[in-house]
Design a protein around this ligand. Structure first.
Ligand SMILES: Nc1ncnc2c1ncn2[C@@H]1O[C@H](COP(=O)(O)OP(=O)(O)OP(=O)(O)O)[C@@H](O)[C@H]1O
Length: 827
């Protein structure tokens, strides 16, 4: 028989842990906090009263002990807080730190609030500030106030301040003390706010003595070489200050020098920008309300230091690459004056400094702990990271707890927190913790402005940069579409899909020059992308015969996708001829003028195909649509064609195996069922999102929860108008015309079986001298296939030449007379 050994805890040990537990309990700490805060308030009142009543009370409280004073019942004092208060105030003020002793009760009040979990200010900072204030404040008051008011009953610097001040006066003299006090003030001012340092720097620069300005102007005229970068030429403010003073002293040139404004006067401006940027990079600040609960509030990755309308899109300017002496080809030359939309077109949401709701955090923490405890799960630590819409609680369970047990408690935790959208990540990849994502009560909007003005986006050098929004740690989430290389977007209606697509398009528009990127926008709903029609001649690509810049008609979608596959094949041919493997190398070669345009070479812009409501298309057109999509998805990456397809219904008959296999990057907004989530992400999770732009981004095995950036219709309207009113190309980027295989072979055309419209079509082509299928289609209101067949018959009859990609065919017959003769001969 196996004897089970019971571990017994000794009674004294048990007692100790009970006490510890009691002290650690939130309620005990709260009560303690109230007591400490009240003691602080009492002391503060005593000190304040002391300044008015101290003179009268002094004789009564001096030379007696505290207990004697308290016990003498017939003693009458004037201090508002009685004999005890009078005693404490006399000791604190006169015997210790003088006026600044009032920092001691303030520190008590702070400790009280901290124990009550009301204040989140760092303990270490508060302790240092109090100590610094007591020491420096007492010295300063002793030097200033005790000299001004020598007969007061108050020792303004206290015994401590007066003693040190005396010592300092004998060792460094009064000028030394004045400098020391100024130093104290500077340290305080700079510590309180970093920007104060910049203000001081700026004031020093602006109010430089005239002789320093003169030195600089002489220096700049005499020694600065014009070709050096500006920064290298400019010595730092302090080195300039010192070198100028040194030179001044050595030459002893104290004569008045005319005040002159030097051209270099405003040189220190960039310093502010740099430090600001560095400041904004500080990733997070940590709040520790108690020892075992840490709250991290990641700082916004936003920067206002970058100009709103710089030529950021020109960063990847390849126009200066040269090939020997030959000037490089500049693809942007036609629209060299093009200006990227400015950041001020985007709305700034006034979120201010994010205040975290301590009560909410503590409440959630307690509920998580108690729910887990109810199921016998103890944890060793808990940490919260507060994101814009979600807070991530990371817990470390006690050794021996099965992770699957926690995972199964998802619904119970959701119930106890009465919140939708709880997601448990057990375990957190690479962290050794279990994550519990809980929606915030007061979710914040992640504005497109905050995302696009971030340093990360501004400085990224991606080929097709897409800024989606912010992660739970408040970092801006950016990816390169060329690396994805295609993107699948799903989400139930009203969960933020269209906003997401607009955010993607906007982030591309803010970085890509019209020469570098074209978009094909397919929108069966007809309303979503209409707003982009205005930028047709800048950014859109379409079939040359198509009237509408946004493709809404299902039959046109098939043609456009077929045309894109043709464009893809044409591009592959060009790449092959150029002996390169990818569009980037091809374009580099072309810019370097190492590819001859006479051999068909041309600069290839990226093409981004965005399809909204893909489900609708598959339902109506089925295979016809799926085939070209699958082809493009499989092959188009190398030639710069990338697809983003969005659907409301992520079912398996819409997102088929072929499509899924070729779309490794997926964006899932909230979906209605776990099955839908599995279809889009291959795992559950999207069904637990909270909507309004809350999404999961999956790329291979990694899954990131992101709050999508919000861009509203008026903002899009402003952006597209800003682009639309600028000079664009003559037309949208033409996609090649395609004719089906059967129609493409001229040999297959039987001229004895001519279309009834044949003669009229021939006359139309000759009169317009334009061999365009779309012209026939438009004039006779016939479908594309019939118009294509007519064109083949015209080619077989020798009226027009062969197909030339996207260009119209050559017309061989110059006038109507010759045409009539030819038609007669055919009859
Ligand atoms: N990122 C976001 N931040 C804040 N609110 C958002 C965000 N995205 C969407 N919303 C809110 O949700 C509403 C619906 O969004 P959206 O139109 O993008 O949904 P949808 O998924 O495209 O719906 P449908 O498929 O019916 O067109 C928006 O009007 C907006 O109020």
């Amino acid at each position: 028989m196996v004897k089970r050994k019971r571990k017994r805890t000794s009674p004294s040990k048990k007692k100790r842990t009970d006490w510890l537990h009691l002290f650690k309990s939130e309620r005990t700490q709260f009560i303690l906090g109230v007591i400490v805060a009240f003691v602080g308030i009492f002391m503060l009142l005593a000190i304040i009263s002391f300044f008015f009543t101290g003179a009268a009370d002094q004789s009564k409280v001096l030379n007696v002990s505290f207990w004697q004073l308290i016990r003498s019942s017939n003693l009458e004092v004037d201090n508002w807080t009685g004999a005890g208060g009078a005693f404490i105030a006399e000791r604190l003020v006169n015997d210790w730190f003088g006026l600044f002793s009032s920092l001691i009760p303030i520190f008590f009040i702070y400790i009280g609030l901290r124990l009550m979990r009301v204040s989140k200010f760092s303990f270490i900072k508060a302790l240092f500030a109090t100590a610094f204030g007591l020491i420096c404040g007492s010295i300063s008051s002793a030097f200033i106030l005790d000299n001004i008011l020598p007969d007061s009953h108050v020792k303004w610097g206290g015994a401590h301040g007066i003693e040190i001040e005396r010592f300092l006066e004998s060792s460094i003299g009064w000028p030394g003390i004045i400098l020391l006090i100024i130093l104290f003030i500077v340290i305080i001012v700079v510590t309180v706010r970093r920007s104060n340092m910049h203000k001081i720097q700026q004031t020093l620069v602006d109010n430089k003595p005239s002789f320093l300005k003169f030195e600089e102007s002489v220096e700049s005229e005499a020694t600065i070489e014009p070709d050096l970068p500006e920064k290298e030429n400019k010595p730092g403010i302090f080195s300039k200050l010192f070198s100028s003073i040194k030179e001044k002293l050595s030459s002893n040139n104290g004569t008045d020098i005319e005040e002159e404004t030097s051209p270099e006067e405003e040189i220190e401006e960039p310093i502010e920008t740099e430090t600001k940027t560095a400041d904004s990079l500080t990733p997070k600040y940590v709040v520790k309300p108690d020892d075992d609960f840490e709250i991290i509030v990641p700082k916004d990755d936003e920067t206002d230091s970058l100009p709103a309308d710089d030529d950021k899109g020109n960063k990847r300017d390849l126009s200066f690459i040269t090939n020997g002496n030959q000037e490089a080809y500049d693809p942007k030359k036609d629209l060299s004056m093009f200006k990227f939309p400015t950041l001020d077109l985007l709305k700034v949401y006034n979120t201010g400094d994010r205040e975290i709701n301590m009560a909410e955090q503590n409440e959630n923490k307690d509920k998580i702990i108690s729910t887990l405890r109810n199921y016998g799960i103890e944890i060793t630590s808990i940490k919260a990271t507060v994101g814009p819409t979600i807070t991530l609680y990371e817990i470390v369970p006690q050794a021996g707890v099965r992770i699957s047990k926690i995972r199964n408690l998802e619904d119970d935790i959701a119930l106890s927190l009465s919140a939708l959208g709880i997601r448990i990540i057990a375990p957190m990849p690479g962290k050794g913790t279990v994550g519990i994502e809980v929606p915030n009560k007061d979710p914040q909007i992640v504005s497109m402005h905050s995302v696009l003005s971030s340093k990360r986006y501004q400085e990224c050098n991606y080929e097709l940069p897409v800024a989606l929004g912010k992660t739970i740690t408040n970092e801006v989430f950016i990816f390169d579409l060329t690396k994805m290389p295609h993107l699948l977007v799903a989400g139930a209606t009203g969960q933020g899909k269209s906003v997401g697509l607009n955010a993607i398009i906007t982030s591309l528009l803010y970085k890509m020059h019209p020469a570098e990127m074209k978009m094909v926008l397919i929108d069966p709903k007809m309303v979503e992308f209409n707003i982009y029609s205005i930028i047709e001649n800048h950014y859109l690509a379409k079939l040359p015969d198509e009237d509408k810049p946004i493709i809404t008609d299902v039959s046109k979608v098939t043609q456009t996708l077929n045309s894109l596959t043709k464009e893809m094949d044409d591009r592959y041919e060009l790449l092959m001829k150029a002996h390169v493997r990818a569009i980037r190398e091809y374009n580099e070669k072309f810019i370097n003028r190492r590819l001859n345009p006479n051999n068909g070479h041309r600069y290839l812009p990226y093409i981004v195909v965005v399809i909204d409501e893909f489900g609708d298309l598959i339902m109506t057109a089925g295979k016809e649509i799926e085939m070209p999509i699958a082809r493009i998805a499989q092959k188009a990456r190398a030639v710069g064609i990338h697809m983003i397809i969005a659907t409301q219904r992520p079912t398996t008959n819409i997102i088929t195996g072929t499509i899924k296999a070729n779309f490794p990057a997926r964006m899932a907004f909230r979906v209605t069922s776990q099955i839908d989530s599995r279809t889009i992400l291959d795992m559950s999770g999207a069904n637990q999102l909270i909507g309004r732009g809350d999404m999961l981004f999956s790329q291979g095995s990694t899954l990131t929860r992101i709050q999508c950036a919000f861009v509203d219709t008026p903002e899009l309207d402003d952006i597209t108008k800003y682009i639309g009113k600028q000079q664009g190309y003559d037309a949208a980027y033409p996609l090649p015309e395609v004719i089906s295989d059967a129609e493409a072979a001229p040999g297959a055309v039987d001229l004895n079986d001519r279309d009834v419209l044949f003669e009229e079509a021939a006359r139309l082509i000759v009169v317009h001298q334009q061999g365009s299928t779309s012209l026939i289609q438009r004039k006779f209101s016939i479908g594309y296939n019939r118009a294509g067949r007519l064109m083949d018959q015209l080619e077989a009859a020798g009226i027009v030449g062969g197909a030339q990609g996207s260009k119209p065919r050559e017309v061989f017959i110059q006038d109507e007379y010759s045409l009539e003769k030819l038609l007669d001969s055919l009859n």
